[in-house]
Write a protein that binds this ligand. Structure first.
Ligand SMILES: N[C@@H](CCC(=O)N[C@@H](CS)C(=O)NCC(=O)O)C(=O)O
Length: 195
């Protein structure tokens, strides 16, 4: 998101799911994202990376202002969001799971946390109406959020993830917000892969 907002000349490399060796070599643990800076140092922690890259020039997009209502919305509904996105993420087309070995590694890692992902997918009929209710409530909060700040780096990724869920109803202001941020950050939504 931050690289897109700021038009930073980044080079991207995908660490395949299941590849522990590469991140451990770079930063000593199995984690993404990882930023290699121009000075050769590596950074982890997405929000720290955002703040570092934001500091490289004007204009600024990641001012340390957090809209607490939106942050609370995310915190309160993250478990529900995960129940909807995880059983779909293992099925769709992401580069980091584009080999059968990587996809299997992802399925195994998520199954350890969530149990049967097929069973979770089948429970969508229960979770989608619950999520729709919370998305309607979100619309009331999102209209009050005007400027881009650190909040958007917390909220938008989850809304983008939810765009992979067929049958969710994003309320009008939320949909407008998602399209606006996706365009400005050059991070496409997932509606075309929705299942
Ligand atoms: N707080 C960290 C969380 C990083 C994180 O949990 N990354 C996940 C993927 S989104 C991960 O690397 N999980 C370990 C794994 O893939 O084995 C951040 O925001 O960067």
């Amino acid at each position: 998101m931050i690289a897109g907002f700021k038009n930073l000349p980044m080079q991207y490399a995908v660490i395949m799911e299941g590849d522990a060796e590469t991140p451990i070599q770079l930063v000593g643990k199995k984690v993404v994202p990882i930023l290699q800076r121009e000075d050769g140092q590596h950074m982890t922690e997405s929000l720290e990376i955002v703040k570092y890259l934001d500091g490289l020039g004007e204009p600024k997009y990641a001012q340390e202002v957090i809209n607490t209502e939106l942050k609370t919305w995310v915190d309160n509904h993250l478990k529900l969001v995960m129940k909807l996105i995880v059983p779909r993420f293992v099925r769709v087309d992401f580069t980091e799971i584009s080999t059968s070995i990587a996809r299997q590694a992802f399925i195994e890692r998520e199954t350890q946390v969530f149990g049967s992902l097929d069973a979770l997918f089948e429970q969508s009929d229960i979770y989608i109406p619950l999520m729709n209710k919370q998305l309607a409530a979100l619309d009331q909060l999102i209209v009050k959020h005007k400027e881009i700040d650190l909040t958007d780096f917390i909220l938008f990724p989850w809304l983008r993830s939810l765009s992979v869920v067929e049958g969710l109803q994003f309320a009008p202001q939320t949909l407008r917000y998602m399209n606006r941020i996706a365009t400005a950050a050059k991070v496409p939504l997932l509606f075309d892969q929705a299942i």
